[in-house]
Design a binder for this molecule. Structure first.
Ligand code: NAP
Length: 246
């Protein structure tokens, strides 16, 4: 049986094994590693496919022999494949996961301004996904040109993506911003999936604005990774089926 898994630093709350069990017939294990253990782990040849999560999506780049065009463009890897000659191929399925989530929402982002909160790893994938959808992302960060304290200059934004951990379990009382500051907002995408409804999403619901959580993206990126692990096509319907069961 193929040996696959997830590489990261703290993985105890990961839902990935539950998802991958439903995606294919391969072993999916959690590998919690410290920085000084990475090189030996990546060079050891006893696994075929590996997802990569916080904080190693960039750290693995020097160990990869070839990158997919999207991973190269955004400089971030969430899927590694060990090739028959032992070298590693790196790809990023978060971008496709995000665009799948947007399609699933039924909202049309084409030609619109979309505020993306946070400038970390997820934000990079979201911005690339938004460009693929012909939308115009603007990153809102705690520092730099576009910040929370001068948000009013982007009050015309049509959509909002939360790519920060603010609102995530266990600090579920937090919200990255008050939606009243975005009077033109027509939809909210929160990458957080625990809790199922964040404070930000609850506010959107109260204001009659559609809001989607990150679970669909999580399952959709896993499907793409599973296809790379196994070399087999998995129908897109499977994402919705798993999403509904979870
Ligand atoms: P990250 O690399 O740690 O970056 C998060 C960014 O959020 C930071 O760069 C920072 O941007 C901002 N931020 C962090 N703490 C903040 C705070 N207290 N207040 C305001 N802003 C803060 O994390 P990530 O990998 O990008 O992940 C972000 C979120 O997306 C997490 O909740 C993660 O679970 C979720 N995620 C979901 C999926 C999915 O499939 N659904 C995939 C990837 C990630 P600034 O410094 O620019 O403000």
């Amino acid at each position: 049986m193929l040996k696959c898994g997830l590489l990261g630093k703290k993985l105890s709350h990961s839902r990935s094994p539950e998802i991958h069990r439903q995606l294919g017939d391969y072993e999916y294990l959690l590998f919690e590693k410290q920085e000084d253990e990475l090189e030996a782990f990546l060079k050891a040849g006893d696994w075929t496919g590996m997802n990569v999560t916080i904080p190693y999506k960039k750290t693995v780049l020097p160990y990869v022999a070839e990158l997919s065009p999207v991973a190269e463009k955004i400089g971030s890897v969430n899927t590694l494949i060990r090739r028959p000659d032992g070298t590693l191929f790196g790809d990023n399925t978060d971008v496709a996961g995000f665009t799948s989530m947007v399609r699933f929402s039924g909202l049309c982002l084409r030609g619109t301004k979309v505020l993306v909160l946070g400038s970390g790893g997820a934000s990079v994938s979201v911005c690339e996904g938004l460009r693929e959808l012909d939308a115009f992302p603007v990153i809102i960060s705690r520092r730099g040109e576009n910040r929370y304290d001068n948000l009013e200059k982007h009050a015309d934004a049509s959509f909002l993506v939360n790519a920060t951990p603010v609102g995530m379990f266990p600090d579920t009382e937090g919200s990255p911003l008050d939606l009243n500051r975005l009077p033109a907002c027509r939809g909210v995408f929160d990458l957080i999936y625990n809790p199922r409804e964040t404070r930000l999403m609850a506010q959107a619901r109260e204001m009659g604005i559609p809001a989607v959580n990150g679970l669909y993206m999580l399952v959709a990126q896993a499907r793409k990774s599973a296809e790379l692990f196994t070399g087999k096509t998995i129908p897109e319907d499977k994402v919705e089926e798993i999403y509904r069961t979870m």
